[in-house]
Design a protein. Structure first.
Length: 385
């Protein structure tokens, strides 16, 4: 497939005012200006007619497929709130890829998502990076596990306060996380000693600690749900204590500690921005958050937190950042290149780089203009819209 006559946003280089993108099989094969194009006999051609060609959008944090659309408890698989620490849970065992919202994601140009458990638990479980097309989850996987979800602040303390169980304070939430991470470090050390010495017995299997060993080794990113500035600081503190590879999710008051985040080199997945201040820790929410974080030198992604904001409105969330003062290309990066890099899947998606997955969106106008329509979507080189 050859997509021609469009304004190409490669996201790994300058915008091409009149260019093309060539797909071969499941991959991007070539990107360039129209004057560089050499036509091939029999090649299928799509004329973008002066529209814009961008990488498939990436939502770096959502719960797509875990909270069923238009359904109640029967399709609510986002929180195992019977146990505060459930690192052994895998998103892929709960995601329903035939949920209608996967189709709406594709129609909106969202081709890749990080989806997983919600924030009821201090340690919630394993997120997965998925493409938004497929009949069953196994054929949609980009990376699984892609991250381990942790939660700070009001959500876990509210859930367990109602149950009269630990944790009911921020201190207890952090303590539970520390306890499990410390045990995982000990478990990993024992396993490594057993691997090195045949005469040393390995530790007794513990599926929770087994799931956390990759986190403590830095191989699996830790995604910390945190809104308030003090909760963000707690995430940074725990991350430093255990040498974690970590990311802040939501970071509603991130702009208040932007320098701390920049100094720590921590990426922030901001959002959702299209909603009300539904709980006390959102009282200082502002549309300028991603703008101020980016200006401080923090790598920023923008998410929907679907179903909090319906996933097809991811470009609108980025457009709201532009309205608040962010450069349009920077905001576009927050739902393409930056989102993919923060999610740990930047080698496959997020830019129109030859060799990467053939995820391409064609729009009738500028990508973050609310009047622009999605005219075509390619996912792994196949047209899905």
């Amino acid at each position: 497939m050859l997509i021609v006559n469009g304004v190409v946003h490669p996201m790994d280089g300058p915008v091409i005012s009149r260019g093309f993108v060539r797909l071969e099989g499941k991959k991007i094969a070539q990107v360039g200006a129209m004057e560089e194009l050499t036509a091939r006999e029999g090649e299928a051609v799509l004329d973008a007619q002066g529209g814009h060609i961008v990488p498939g959008f990436v939502d770096a944090h959502c719960h797509l497929g875990l909270f069923g659309d238009g359904l109640g408890f029967e399709a609510d698989d986002g929180n195992e709130s019977t146990d505060p620490c459930t690192p052994q849970l895998r998103a892929i065992d709960g995601v329903n890829v035939l949920d209608r919202c996967f189709q709406e994601a594709r129609e909106g140009g969202v081709t890749t998502v990080l989806t997983g458990p919600g924030s009821a638990n201090p340690i919630a479980g394993q997120f997965a990076a998925l493409k938004t097309d497929g009949r069953w989850v196994d054929e949609a996987i980009v990376k699984a596990p892609a991250a381990m979800k942790f939660a700070l602040g009001e959500n876990p303390k509210t859930v367990y306060n109602e149950r009269k169980e630990t944790p009911v304070t921020r201190m207890a939430t952090a303590a539970l996380i520390r306890e499990q991470l410390a045990k995982a470090v000990e478990y990993r050390d024992k396993q490594e000693k057993a691997d090195a010495d045949p005469e040393t017995d390995p530790p007794e299997l513990d599926v929770k600690l087994e799931a956390l060993t990759a986190v403590t080794a830095g191989a699996l990113p830790a995604h910390f749900h945190a809104h308030r500035a003090d909760d963000i600081a707690t995430a940074v503190r725990i991350g430093r204590e255990f040498g974690l590879n970590y990311v802040i999710v939501h970071g509603t008051e991130g702009y208040r500690v932007a320098e701390l985040l920049a100094e720590a080199g921590v990426g922030v997945i901001t959002g959702p921005c299209l909603g009300d201040r539904s709980k006390p820790e959102l009282v200082n929410m502002t549309m300028e958050n991603p703008v101020l974080l980016a200006r401080a030198g923090v790598k920023v992604a923008i998410c929907t937190d679907h179903p909090e904001t319906p996933i097809q409105h991811l470009p609108l969330c980025a457009a709201m950042a532009v309205r608040a003062g962010m450069d349009p290309e920077e905001a576009l990066a927050a739902i393409t290149r930056n989102a993919a890099e923060i999610a740990g899947i930047g080698k496959r998606v997020g830019t129109l780089t030859p060799g990467k997955d053939g995820d391409v969106v064609v729009l009738s106008g500028p990508p973050l203009d609310w009047q622009s329509g999605v005219t075509a979507v390619f996912l792994n080189g196949k047209r899905v819209r």
